[in-house]
Design a protein around this ligand. Sequence first.
Ligand SMILES: Nc1ncnc2c1ncn2[C@@H]1O[C@H](COP(=O)(O)OP(=O)(O)O)[C@@H](O)[C@H]1O
Ligand SMILES: O=C(CO)[C@@H](O)[C@H](O)COP(=O)(O)O
Length: 509
Amino acid sequence: MFLGLDSSTQSLSALVIDPARGEIVREVSVNFGAALPTYNSPSGFIPGGKGGEVHADPRMWMEALDLVFEKLADGFDLSQITAVACSGQQHGSVYFDATLEARLAALSASESLESQVAPALTRATAPIWMDTSTGAECAEIAGAVGGNAEVCRISGSIAIERFTGPQIRRFFKLDPAAYHKTTVIHLVSSFVGSVMAGKSIAIDHGDGAGMNLLNLQTLDWDDALLDATAPGLRAKLPAAAASASIAGPVSGYFVHKYGLSSSCQVVLSTGDNPSSLVGMGATAPGTIVISLGTSDTFFAAMEKAVTDPQGFGHVFGNPAGGFMSLICFRNGSLAREALRDQLGLDWAAFDQEGLAKTPAGNEGKRMLPFFGPEITPRRDFDGPVRNFPAEDPAPVQVRALLEGQFLNMKLHSQWIGEEASLIRLTGGASQSNGIAQLIANVFQAPVERFAIANGAGLGAALRAAHACGHDLAKLQADFCKPAAGSRLEPDASLDAVYDRALADYRAML
Ligand SMILES: Nc1ncnc2c1ncn2[C@@H]1O[C@H](COP(=O)(O)OP(=O)(O)O)[C@@H](O)[C@H]1O
Ligand SMILES: O=C(CO)[C@@H](O)[C@H](O)COP(=O)(O)O
């Protein structure tokens, strides 16, 4: 059996697969806000950050890892697990001093992970992907390297506020003493994997490409980008390596405390979106994945690595080899939640009210769907913009938000240059039938969903199995199957309606 862990924005989840039976045999999850309320992070991050700062408390992730293993081990024999791999929310970074390695190597099963690892932190909180505070650092990095076109040529993205390099530069500028004390900087995914392995593990090319530090030609950290970011940075970064590498056996902590086998192997971690590419069976070009987690993301395996001339889209490593496109929309589920709560609805009513009671195209009533700062396209927070009165009935508001979100996605994914022939949906909001049908109609492509909404966790488990010799294509054929009756066809009669809507939306931006 193989275990996949996914440390996303709002939760840490675990999923066990049995390739011999082609089945998911166990799934558990810990929601940070609900299970760990003392961190005051109801949506997984510390609210109220100033100047675009959005951080999370890494101690919360350590506590969640113990909690998820307690749940996993309850009535389940974890010694059956051959290997584990992790996925994590992308770009977030965790900073440690020179005591980290000794602490990880000597973890005692009689104490918590948090009490043993947290004293090594050199930065109390971790900037995460929602952070937009590094505009100045992005400009400095681009300026030092010769402009954003050059940053994009090397790393697959222009200098981006949430990416790890600009975040590291900001830390170096804000607290140089703490930066100099830092000897290891991990991504969220490689951090969780390192705790599992009892030693710092390498960063894979999938998540590493989201740092503005990886050279996509050499697949190593790029000296010009390192120098532009902060002094002595190469020595603080784990090596960059292929996603399918085995890091070593699991830490004795998990053997003695939760019953994993001492021969259980830890496979390198990757980002939650590259992991979902694997879990949604989309590692070969042709299928587009839309993930509706905290962020909404749109991604696909690439035939060849093209970059976004507008600078919003990214090129990441495909965990199965080659590259993938990725576009991230910050106003995803939290924007839908904000409107749902303003209107006093639950999710069922949100679907029924919004989509069943209004016509496709919303009679021209449109919304720029930004309930917080947006990154695709870049907009400061000035609230949603409507071309109709904010007092209009709830169904009009809901349809305007949802159509706005997916028109925005359609508009900003055109640079990839591929017509969507099949879309697979994952993430929490993919459970909504109304949203799934709306996506089919806006993109005029069939939409499929799986029985589980956690494509990233499934991807992690599949990667663990693949790294241990299982054939990835066979694993994907067995596990990445749409749930019976889940396929939704687009309504071809709405093609012209959404063409017009897209033109209107573009004009409103
Ligand atoms: N039926 C639903 N309709 C719309 N959104 C939903 C529904 N169920 C859950 N969600 C949204 O899914 C989000 C969590 O998705 P998830 O993929 O677990 O996020 P993450 O991986 O970022 O932690 C929540 O913010 C919630 O608003
Ligand atoms: O910033 C990005 C991708 O570039 C986000 O997609 C994060 O990876 C967070 O993922 P979720 O928690 O929303 O799944």
